[in-house]
Write a protein that binds this ligand. Structure first.
Ligand SMILES: CC(C)(COP(=O)(O)OP(=O)(O)OC[C@H]1O[C@@H](n2cnc3c(N)ncnc32)[C@H](O)[C@@H]1OP(=O)(O)O)[C@@H](O)C(=O)NCCC(=O)NCCS
Length: 176
């Protein structure tokens, strides 16, 4: 197993955020939207206006699992998974973000592992993910876990540019 395919590593850890973490969740999500506005479907303008109950409710929703990535006491990233409202046997991966100084060290693997473990525990049939075509890191991160490209769709991103969004799925092995 890769040394980072775990929930803890030297000076760092990934853990699921709980409702009491709502301020921390808001902080890291807004930082993600401010730092990398070109890769997300939402915007800083929209989410910075959301009230405290929104952040707390998201963390309390049993159909969502949102994880914080920590280095020492500092939160340096987040990642999420949510049951799909159009297909309750599936969950969608969303919201992955690492602070620039935490990138390039293989942490995307622990982010995938945590969410896939949650999906398996929930007995889900498949997990989906998407990214902007030019987001090569995101593509390479999902390819490591065997996601299969399903389709592409043109999209206007919040920065105003038009580019394909690529969609992938991974079938999960379910116990017989
Ligand atoms: C996406 C993100 C979470 C991935 O984390 P990361 O630390 O950069 O990724 P990793 O170091 O685990 O690398 C993931 C893969 O991309 C590759 N990679 C790393 N840097 C790269 C680069 N500059 N260009 C191309 N590929 C790169 C790695 O080799 C790795 O592939 P491998 O596992 O086959 O070796 C992080 O880059 C990020 O926060 N990006 C901005 C926000 C974002 O794009 N979120 C996703 C929206 S869909």
């Amino acid at each position: 197993m890769h040394p980072l395919a775990n929930t803890e590593w030297p000076h760092g850890a990934i853990r699921r955020l709980v409702p009491e973490d709502h301020a921390l969740y808001r902080e890291v999500r807004l930082r993600a939207l401010a730092t990398d506005p070109q890769v997300f479907g939402s915007t800083l303008e929209r989410e910075s206006a959301l009230p405290d109950p929104h952040w707390r409710a998201r963390l309390a929703d049993p159909d969502f699992a949102i994880y914080g990535i920590f280095e020492g006491d500092a939160i340096v990233g987040m990642t999420g998974i949510a049951i799909r409202s159009d297909d309750p046997a599936s969950a969608n991966l969303w919201g992955s973000w690492l602070a620039p100084e935490a990138r390039g060290r293989g942490l995307s693997r622990v982010m995938y592992r945590a969410r896939l473990d949650w999906a398996v525990e929930r007995g889900l049939a498949r997990v989906t993910v998407s990214h902007r075509r030019s987001n090569v890191r995101s593509m390479q991160a999902n390819q490591r876990f065997g996601f299969v490209l399903s389709h592409a769709a043109e999209r206007t991103w919040p920065d105003g540019t038009v580019e394909d969004e690529l969609f992938y799925a991974l079938a999960l092995n379910r116990p017989a």
